[in-house]
Each structure stands twice: as C-alpha cells, then as structure tokens.
Design a protein. Structure first.
Length: 120
C-alpha cells in the first residue's frame, strides 16, 4: 500500500508540474502592448484549401498504406493484423498446443511476437 501511495504522489506531482509549467509559459500566447495576444496567424480559408490534409505522425503509416494499396484490401489486412494480435494468446495455447512455460520452447510464439513487434 505504501508503494502505491508513493507512485500516486509522484504521478500527481508530475501532473502538477506540467500544469504549473503550462500556466507560467503558455504556448502561442505573447504580450504585445501590455495585452495578452495569440501569436498564431489568422485563419485564411484560401490558404487552407490549397494545403492537403495530412494526419499526425503516428497515423502516417496507415495513411500511406491506404494510398498505396486498394482501400478494401488494406482494411482486411489491418483487420486480420488486429485479430491475430488480440487472439494471439488463444492461438498459441489452443492451436499450437504448447505446454512449455518458457517462450524459447515455443517457436511460434517467438516468431509471431517478434513479427508483430517489428511491424508496429
């Protein structure tokens, strides 16, 4: 219970530090003429229409995969990848029927696990 309290206090202190830092140094806010103003440029609809939307960096692999492969096939590939990832413990235990507790004695587990780690 004591360890949980220490972890909780550390978490709350870290969140408090982030909130304190964000309130002391806000992003894109500056002082001009004694007034707080946003430093971002004004929205221009003509400029935004010329720029194609691109997702954030963590979705770029999905975005470019859908651009390079037929979208229906890409959806099936991602669905299969997700299904194997979620069902992997059951596949390893009931399909391959390994009784060895150590992963080295289960080559299918090592191969599939390594493949999914490398591909993500």
């Amino acid at each position: 219970m004591r360890t949980f309290g220490i972890i909780l206090m550390t978490f709350l202190m870290a969140i408090g530090g982030v909130v304190l830092l964000a309130s002391l140094v806000p992003f894109d806010i500056g002082v001009q003429g004694g007034q707080l103003t946003y430093l971002k440029p004004e929205y221009n609809a003509a400029l935004s229409a010329q720029t194609p939307p691109i997702p954030d960096w963590y979705f770029l692999f999905v975005y470019f995969f859908y651009k390079s492969v037929n979208p229906v096939d890409a959806s099936w590939i991602f669905l299969g990848w997700t299904a194997v990832t979620v069902l992997f413990p059951f596949i390893d235990q009931y399909v391959f029927r390994h009784k060895a507790p150590h992963p080295v004695m289960r080559p299918a587990a090592i191969a599939l696990g390594t493949g999914f780690i490398v591909s993500s």
